[in-house]
Design a protein around this ligand. Sequence first.
Ligand SMILES: Nc1ncnc2c1ncn2[C@@H]1O[C@H](COP(=O)(O)OP(=O)(O)OP(=O)(O)O)[C@@H](O)[C@H]1O
Ligand SMILES: [Mg+2]
Length: 609
Amino acid sequence: MEKPITNLQKFYARPYHDVNSPFGVDERGAFAEYIVHDPNNMPSLAMGATALISDRRENQDLWIACRVAGLKIISPFNPEKQSMLYLQDQKYDVNEVLKPLDELNGPHTHQPMIIRVELLREMLSDESSSNGFISSAIQRPPSAVSKLIFPNVTKVENDPSPSLEQILNIREQGLELGMIGFGNAPYETDNKFLTYRWDIENLDNKHVFIVGESGSGKTVLLKNLAYQIRKRNKKDRVILTDVQGDISQLLFWDFVDAHGKGNILEPKLAWQRKVSRETKEDAKKHLEPFQLVIPKIKNDEKDEDLVRLKRLANNRGVIVKEISLRLQDLSNPSDVEYLFRITSEQAPGLLDDVAESLRSRSEKPTIERLDAALNRLLGNNSGSTIVLPTSGVSYYRSTYEAARRALNNLKRYFDIDSDAIKTDQNPLNVFEFKGTTILYLDHLNQDERLMWEMQLVKWLYENKKEMSNTYVFFDEAHQIIPAKPNSFGSPGVFERLRSNFEKLAREGRKFRINLILSTQNPKDLHEIVPEQCPTRIVMKINPKNAKYAFLDDGLEYIANSFGQGQFWIQSPFNGTPDWIRVHSIAPPLPHEPMESFRKSLELKALKEK
Ligand SMILES: Nc1ncnc2c1ncn2[C@@H]1O[C@H](COP(=O)(O)OP(=O)(O)OP(=O)(O)O)[C@@H](O)[C@H]1O
Ligand SMILES: [Mg+2]
């Protein structure tokens, strides 16, 4: 401790193995244990942290990248843990500072620590490779003379060891998601940080899955992703679904509250303030042009928040489109069985049959036409069952009546815009917009949101060729692709919804339609979501939920105590198959609590006509 440590002199931990417990590499993985006598000499020591083993093999320096998988303090005198048995209970003064005697305790506070590491990759220096090293799988345990050290954050001259940047294979370009650091702050050398770059340019499958509990920073991360995507390439389309109303804040950059405070997210932590960021004006330019798409439902003119939102967005040059869906654009009327609000089990089938017969006559199955057809059949027949002439199937009279009631209930959602029905244009074609589109869903109930999101999924799939280079964001993804059939309709409907999503995820990516899915309830989410998403992000979440995100054992306890904007990321095709801890910066984007946003809308609406 006396001599200052240069970058070329490092504290190291020694192998902790003996005759009874040699290091092993077997089918459970490769682990090794090291012992350090004063853990304070290793400030980077933290669960999940990337460490480095320095070893030699065949007269060549060999480096083994590893990850801290367990930490344990042991007593130097008594490994059986009885050393405190005979001390008496004591009181202490809450205001007391360390007394000289406590400090003087010397060897009694000496607590060696055992560091258990998971061995990840062997690295050999190689001039010709892009980052100076070639990596290969672990073949043998480290030797008895190996040393465990912590890598330099970036390359240090004359130091042959791979830096953290090289070990993690940090990309030179890509979306900047935040700063790497396995402790409670990012690594920092001379006010410089190691940025995690997500190189989407060179990624085949760009689907992302984000989990985090309420308040963990999911929405800020989504906004940041959208901003970074547009900043990287203005030709990329961004479509954000907004279920809570806070994504729509992206349309308003000039809001100021009663205390004169703006609505742009401000860095809170000391290190965040050291990071330079773009001005909000520049950030806004990347995201522009904006389009706000609002599903039209009956009587929405009474929703004052919505009226204000539309008007103020319009005043700021945002293209505002109110659209309603057409029943004729569904594959089958039964796709929206969960909106029928009737109990008849046969009615969905009947409606599908009638829609089919209209189509066979080149007529569009609108609510009006379907209803007229049912009404005609009821009027022309008097028996208790009526045969549908086109299909030859017979249905109860009561089924026809139930189907008419279902159609009546569907009028709340479909065919509201009588002009749209007459055109060839699917109203969802507004999503072809080349810019940032926000699909506002906050004014809808759960079933309505589900319907809109599913119709968007279906439309995207059908238009995948035209929609390449699009990033689609779904918040609350567990509601669209739930693990089990829930509130809506029959298992058949559930299956169809799931398969629509799966088709989009599987095939859409070939056309570069990329999905960004986030949820706070990963256990309610269908397993195909994490399966389809090679990039996974875990924000603050409780350990029980973390396992649904496939977080490695031991890391869930750290995730449990994450602050806002911190996360684990795993992105194998981006060079990081292991979980990396990232601390986000505060992006220069509008984000505030919904309560204050609504107030701002109200105040501004009074001022602007
Ligand atoms: N990167 C960040 N930098 C600074 N502050 C942040 C960051 N991320 C999140 N926060 C803070 O955390 C708060 C909550 O974040 P956010 O609204 O994104 O959470 P959420 O996970 O979307 O929550 P919910 O599930 O309730 O929607 C923000 O209002 C902001 O104050
Ligand atoms: Mg949110």
